[in-house]
Design a protein around this ligand. Structure first.
Ligand SMILES: CC(C)(COP(=O)(O)OP(=O)(O)OC[C@H]1O[C@@H](n2cnc3c(N)ncnc32)[C@H](O)[C@@H]1OP(=O)(O)O)[C@@H](O)C(=O)NCCC(=O)NCCS
Length: 176
């Protein structure tokens, strides 16, 4: 994967608070429902502890946001065994249209992985819009339900999981 063309040291992550609500009015990512969530629902969802939205600034300009929450994840352990457990859900991720295609979304996924490690989460889930499921797959998520990646599902969502359990590192630890 390519190196970020923006300088990560110029990125600042800020929780959504009253004093930065005026920054979100001009945010446009190309998906009206994502824009609408940020402008109308994100702050109250944060106050009510439903879902936490983080604003991503690059050189003091709002370039992206992501929303995390706790959710019940459906984990397929093997063909016949499905388990439910609490985990981290990436409820929304959007990059402003003017900044897409520069590695900012990829950078955010890496930050979310760090957050998951810090709070000791094994799984991260997301419901990807169909046209983005491969983008998530290239960044470590796997689809769970084969039917959802069928081209007849282009209007639907694709349930995806990232598993942070690293068997190779565990084997290496015990082998040494
Ligand atoms: C999906 C979305 C978050 C991706 O954000 P982004 O900042 O454009 O993502 P990136 O720049 O990291 O990756 C996009 C492309 O840029 C390319 N790219 C350019 N520079 C890059 C870099 N430094 N690192 C990684 N990829 C880079 C990648 O190859 C990638 O191409 P791919 O789609 O073929 O993998 C953004 O398109 C978006 O907000 N879309 C509208 C809302 C939406 O659909 N959200 C997802 C809902 S599930």
């Amino acid at each position: 994967m390519r190196e970020a063309i923006f300088n990560p040291s110029d990125v600042i992550l800020k929780g959504i608070i009253e004093s930065n609500l005026n920054h979100i009015k001009a945010f446009t990512c190309g998906n009206g429902s994502m824009d609408n969530f940020l402008q109308c629902e994100a702050y109250i969802a944060c106050l009510e502890r439903e879902a936490s939205t983080t604003l991503v600034y690059y050189k003091e300009e709002l370039v992206a946001y992501f929303t995390l929450q706790r959710a019940e994840l459906k984990i397929q352990l093997d063909e016949n065994v499905q388990q439910s457990r609490d985990g981290l859900s990436l409820a929304r991720l959007a990059v402003d249209e003017n900044f897409q295609g520069h590695g900012i979304g990829t950078y955010i996924i890496e930050r979310i992985k760090e957050i998951a490690y810090m709070v000791n989460e094994r799984f991260i889930q997301t419901d990807a819009v169909y046209e983005k499921w491969e983008w998530y797959q290239a960044r470590g998520f796997e689809y769970v339900i084969e039917d959802e990646i069928n081209p007849t599902n282009t209007d639907g969502l694709v349930y995806m999981l990232m598993d942070l359990y690293n068997e190779a590192l565990i084997d290496k630890f015990f082998d040494e």
